[in-house]
Design a protein around this ligand. Structure first.
Ligand code: SF4
Length: 191
């Protein structure tokens, strides 16, 4: 099923980003993942390789996953947009609206128990999607929110985007602590 979604993404021309992409970046990981990470959009390296979170931000994410003994192959990693915005500009609302059906299909297929949103864009999308007012990531990072709808039941944990913490020791420490919170939530929900 995830393969079918990825194939649809590869053919997608729902917004203009298909014109400038080298590759689509549907996401990768485990179809039965308990934890899903959602970033903002592919960057240059992701566009070149078709893989999510490679390059410097990917190194940070890998380090954080190692820190709580989670493997990339056990989680699912994707982003709100599946094609790179030129020059890494912020995703536009019309692009998010056009692309969100793929993320929705991925969430409904995987049915993760925990979703970690990485950065403001993904966090604002999920909060709005589930009827909450977006708040700055600096205010709500690391604070778990339980979401229960007809077809999705998960704990949302907003986090800083790994790219944002590369040159900021304070934010990096916050991300380390938020991963510790993730570990506690996973442990609590699997006991
Ligand atoms: S960003 Fe999403 S909606 Fe736009 S072309 Fe790529 S896959 Fe399609």
């Amino acid at each position: 099923m995830l393969d079918e979604i990825a194939e649809e993404i590869r053919k997608c021309r729902r917004c203009d980003l298909w014109k400038t992409r080298k590759n689509t970046v549907p996401g990768e990981g485990n179809e039965n993942a308990e934890v899903m990470f959602i970033g903002e959009a592919p960057g240059r390296k992701e566009d070149e390789t078709g893989k999510p979170f490679v390059g410097a931000a990917g190194d940070v994410l890998n380090e954080m996953l190692d820190g709580i003994e989670l493997k990339r192959e056990d989680v699912f990693i994707t982003s709100v947009l599946k094609c790179r915005p030129p020059n890494n500009r912020n995703p536009r609302p019309d692009e998010i609206a056009a692309c969100s059906l793929f993320l929705e299909e991925q969430m409904r297929t995987i049915k993760p128990r925990v979703i970690c949103t990485l950065g403001n864009v993904a966090t604002a999308y999920l909060l709005r999607r589930f009827g909450m007012k977006p708040q700055p990531i600096s205010r709500i990072h690391g604070k778990p929110i339980n979401i229960d709808t007809l077809d999705l039941h998960f704990t949302l944990i907003p986090m800083y985007h790994p790219a944002a913490v590369i040159y900021n020791a304070g934010m990096r420490n916050a991300l380390v602590n938020d991963f510790k919170t993730l570990k506690k939530v996973i442990y609590r929900r699997t006991r």
